[in-house]
Write a protein that binds this ligand. Sequence first.
Ligand code: HEC
Length: 321
Amino acid sequence: MKLTHLTSLFVCVLFGCNDAPSPPTEQKKHASIATETDTETGKDMYMLYCAQCHGPTGDGKGFIELDRPARSFIDGGFSFGNTVHAISKTTSSGIPGTPMPPFADILNAEQIERIAKHVRSFAPTLKEATASETEMVVGESPLVVRGMIPPVQDGEKLHPRGLVIGNPDGFSYEYRADDVRLLAIRQGRFISREDWGDRGGSPLKLLGKITVLVQGGDPDSMFKTTDGEHLRAQLKATSTVSEYGTVRYILLNESGEVFATISEYCKPTTGARALVEQQFAIEALRPFTMTPLRGTVMNGDQLVSTGISNRTVIHATKGSE
Ligand code: HEC
């Protein structure tokens, strides 16, 4: 009963209800919203949450002075995709390393979509960047793609065995898969699989904008024995059942002894300035050490004792490196 009532209220807010029961004050508020169109409501929320930085007309001239200017939506300044869907994702998760905050904890998906429609209406003549046949678009659950990873930047290595995880929040994570480690974090569109016609012979095309380049894109391994011997991370499985794609691997020394099983995933932190955190769930059979990389901070001891424990590595973003 309660649910039905809530649902009908929800529908009223969305589409307007003429036969709504005579309103006490609380419902009057909804009724007035209901008479407005979707974009007007989106506009109200835009004025409230976005205009101070992006400007009331979407020209990027807000009242707040920023160390990095906000985008002008009129000129189509969308580097993370210009569809309502893409704008919603950016609004929800923010842009790490910039003043653009995440709104996921403040607004619900419905509200964000309405604001995104309003944002989209600032650039009415801009053509939507629609996905080509080879582009993979991440939907409700994460996607994992294996393949050749092109050098993250000029002068870096190509990784013939690579792995890319795309999460529904619009972030994607590039991994080396031969000795598992995170190389780079991107935000925006996911991947174009141009190697399909080519029997896997050419590298994947990564479409997102780099947010974090882990140790310049060629990170050391974080894992060593207590004697300082390198531990290789051998990929065991990937999982896409939760909202964040997960990789699982075991740590082996040169003689093939297993030191630990680790599951890891990454997610942007919420907060005024979003950063990205890499979460490790560790089951150690032997003690080993984990050394944080340049540009990162690790929560927890570097010495990992036998048993079950967790570590979190926080990545400083490109903007602040
Ligand atoms: C505190 C200031 C601030 C507020 C508030 C803010 N933004 Fe932003 N926003 C920025 C900045 C700065 C950028 C540019 C970041 C960069 O350099 O890439 C940005 C970029 C964007 C982008 C461009 C993404 C792309 O594809 O390049 C979108 C879309 C966006 N904001 C939407 C919103 C919406 C919607 C709201 C309100 C719900 C909002 N912003 C509120 C500062 C802000």
